[in-house]
Write a protein that binds this ligand. Structure first.
Ligand SMILES: [Mg+2]
Length: 166
């Protein structure tokens, strides 16, 4: 198991079709907090436009969130008209398995997108799914996340160095 993402970019809307096609990705499992929504519950700018193109190219999406605040998750799920799984307990496999079943796409053709290495990336890697790490929309984090961030920064730096040396 690796702690490194397969791909690292600034935001979800930077993930383009060319990249997804090149990597045979047919479905996306999307995180919510700090990936699609900021702490003031603002939806990521350009999300709807980005999703229209994704949908038009038959790439399925589902939301997988560790949060239990259903109203908040529904705000995004309703906008994009996609389903969601809350209380996902990432990086445990349970939620990912549920999402995979609903998507009905093989694991290796699914990309998990999220802002945290310890939940989204490690979870995806454990499932042998493609992992895409995005920068958190908000730098202000919940306490537990805050503790993990410095460690994540070290891992990201190492990852970027590896990319350069490839
Ligand atoms: Mg998150």
């Amino acid at each position: 198991m690796t702690i490194y993402p397969d791909f690292y970019c600034k935001k979800v809307t930077d993930i383009n079709l060319e990249y997804l096609k090149k990597n045979n990705i047919q479905a996306l499992i999307l995180d919510v907090d700090n990936t699609l929504l900021d702490f003031n519950l603002n939806i990521l700018e350009g999300l709807e436009t980005w999703y229209k193109e994704i949908k038009a190219n038959n790439i399925k999406c589902i939301i997988l969130s560790n949060s239990n605040k259903i109203e908040k998750i529904k705000k995004v799920a309703d906008l994009l008209q996609i389903s969601f799984i809350n209380f996902a307990t990432k990086p445990l496999k349970r939620g990912f398995k549920k999402a995979q079943k609903e998507l009905n796409i093989p694991n290796q053709n699914i990309a998990v997108v999220g802002d945290q290495i310890f939940t989204d990336v490690i979870g995806a890697n454990r499932m042998k799914m493609h992992s895409i790490l995005v920068e958190p929309i908000d730098k202000k984090d919940l306490l537990l996340t805050k503790i993990k961030r410095p460690l994540e920064e070290i891992i990201i730096k190492k990852y970027l160095k590896k990319q350069v040396n490839k």
